[in-house]
Design a protein around this ligand. Structure first.
Ligand code: FAD
Length: 390
C-alpha cells in the first residue's frame, strides 16, 4: 500500500482511509452538485478592499473592476494581452477576457428572500451591510492560479500566522490555539492545492493543467500540512452536521423552483447521509474545547484573533484571491460560530442563527476542502514516487 497517511486524524474521531473513502464516494459528488445550484453559486462580497495596513501598497485602487482585479504588475502577461485585445474599455480590463466573469448586481432584489440579517462575531465584514456588497457567480470564477505571488502575498500569510500563533515563553501553544493554527494551515494547504491543480503551464499557448511539482513543493513534502488539511475538512464537516436543524429548515429560494428543490434535497442528503454517519459519526469533538475557568476569555481572545485574520483578507492584492480568501475565512468563521455557539439550555440562551451568506460560504468552503482531499488522494502516491526517484 502506497498510502502515507494512516491511522486516526489528530484530535478527531475517524481515520484517513475512512475520510478518503467517504469523501470520494459520497461527499465529493454531492457537494459538486450542490455548489452548482443557484442558491450556492452566488456569493455576496465586498470586493473593494479597505486594507488598514500597508497603505503604500497601491493594490486596492480599481474599485469597479470585476472579479480579477489584480494590479498590472502582479498579473500574468498572457492575461494582460488577452484583456487588451478583446476588451477595449479600461474599466473592463483584468477580467481574463471573459465577459461572463462580470458580476450581476441585481440579484439581491430577485433572490434570497426569507433570510434573517445577523452579523458574524468571528469575522470583520458586516454581512448585513449591503451598500458595498456585490454578487459574484463562483462557478465563473474558480479558485486557481492567478500569478499573485511575491512579497505582497507573502506578508499576508506571515501576518495571518503571527496573528493566530503568538509564541509564549513556554514555547507551547494551548490546545485551542493549536486548533486555530491547524485550521489556517489546512486552508492554506487547500489554496495551494487548488493553485497546483489548475495552473497556467504554458503562457505562450495559454495551456492550463496540473502542476504536480508545485503540489509536492508546497504541500505533499510537508506531512503536517496534509494532516492539517484533513483536520480542517473534518472540523467544517462537523460544523455542517451540527447545524442540521438550522440547515434542514432554511429557505433555499432563488425563484428557480426546480433548482431550489434540488438544492434542498442535496442539503438533506448531506445532513442525513447514512454512509457518512456510519463511517464518521462525530468528525470533530468540540465539546473538549473551551472548557475550564478561562474558557469564555480564551474564546473571546481567539475570536478577536480570527477577526483580525478576516481583516487581513482585505489586503489580498489580487481580487479573485481576495474573493476566495474572504469566502473561505467567512466559511471558517461560520464553522467556529456554529461549533462554539452555546447550546440552548435556558430560554435566555441565543439559538443559532445563520445568515444566508454564511451558509453559502460554509458549503463552498467544505466543497473546496473536499476537492483538495480528493486531489491529494488521487495524485499523492504518484507524486511521491516521482519525487523520491529524483
Ligand atoms: P506561500 O503559499 O505564500 O507560503 C508562505 C509561507 O507560509 C511558506 O514559505 C511557508 O513557510 C508557510 N506555509 C505555506 N503553506 C503552509 C501551510 N499549509 N501550513 C503552514 N505554513 C505554510 N494565488 C493564486 O495563484 N491563486 C489564488 O487563488 C490565491 N489565493 C490566495 C488567497 C490568500 C488569502 C492569500 C494570502 C494568497 C493567495 N494566493 C493565491 C497566493 C498564494 O497563496 C501564494 O502566496 C503564492 O503562490 C506564493 O507562494 P509561496 O511559494 O511563496 O508560498
Amino acid at each position: 500500500d502506497s498510502r502515507k497517511y494512516t491511522g486516526i486524524i489528530e484530535d478527531c474521531c475517524c481515520d484517513y482511509e475512512t475520510v478518503d473513502n467517504v469523501n470520494s464516494a459520497v461527499l465529493y459528488p454531492l457537494l459538486q452538485d450542490l455548489v452548482k445550484t443557484p442558491f450556492f453559486r452566488y456569493f455576496k462580497v465586498k470586493l473593494w478592499c479597505d486594507c488598514p495596513f500597508w497603505p503604500d501598497d497601491g493594490m486596492c485602487k480599481l474599485r469597479d473592476c470585476s472579479v480579477c482585479e489584480c494590479p498590472e504588475n502582479e498579473f500574468p502577461e498572457p492575461f494582460k494581452k488577452l484583456s487588451k485585445r478583446s476588451l477595449p474599455s479600461d474599466d473592463l480590463k483584468c477580467q481574463e477576457g471573459k465577459p461572463q466573469a462580470t458580476v450581476d448586481r441585481t440579484l439581491d432584489s430577485k433572490a434570497f428572500r426569507g433570510w434573517i440579517e445577523v452579523d458574524n462575531p468571528w469575522t470583520n465584514d458586516d454581512e448585513t451591510d449591503n451598500s458595498e456588497m456585490t454578487y459574484v457567480n463562483l462557478q465563473l470564477n474558480p479558485e486557481r492560479y492567478t500569478g499573485y505571488t511575491g512579497p505582497s502575498a507573502r506578508r499576508i500569510w506571515d501576518a495571518v500566522y503571527s496573528e493566530n500563533c503568538p509564541k509564549y515563553a513556554s514555547g507551547e501553544l494551548c490546545q485551542e490555539k493549536k486548533v486555530l493554527y491547524k485550521l489556517i494551515s489546512g486552508l492554506h494547504a487547500s489554496i495551494s492545492i487548488h493553485i497546483a491543480s489548475d495552473y497556467l503551464l504554458d503562457e505562450k499557448t495559454n495551456l492550463w493543467g496540473r502542476n504536480l511539482e508545485l503540489m509536492y513543493d508546497r504541500v505533499l513534502r510537508y506531512p503536517d500540512r496534509v494532516r492539517n488539511l484533513y483536520f480542517t475538512f473534518l472540523f467544517v464537516l462537523r460544523a455542517v452536521t451540527k447545524a442540521t436543524n438550522y440547515l434542514e429548515h432554511a429557505e433555499y429560494d432563488t425563484g428557480n423552483h426546480d433548482e431550489d428543490l434540488k438544492a434542498q434535497s442535496l442539503v438533506r442528503q448531506l445532513l442525513y447521509n447514512p454512509k457518512l454517519q456510519a463511517a464518521c459519526p462525530l468528525p470533530f469533538d468540540e465539546a473538549k474545547l473551551w472548557q475550564g475557568q478561562s474558557g469564555p476569555e480564551l474564546k473571546e481572545q481567539i475570536q478577536k484573533q480570527f477577526r483580525n485574520i478576516s481583516v487581513l483578507m482585505d489586503c489580498v492584492g489580487c481580487e479573485k484571491c481576495r474573493l476566495w480568501g474572504k469566502l473561505q475565512v467567512l466559511g471558517l468563521g461560520t464553522a467556529l460560530k456554529i461549533l462554539f455557539t452555546v447550546e440552548e439550555k435556558s430560554p435566555l440562551d441565543q439559538p443559532l442563527q445563520l445568515q444566508r451568506n454564511e451558509v453559502i460560504a460554509l458549503v463552498n468552503l467544505l466543497n473546496r476542502l473536499s476537492e483538495s482531499i480528493n486531489f491529494v488522494r488521487e495524485v499523492s502516491p504518484l507524486v511521491e514516487k516521482t519525487m523520491e526517484r529524483l
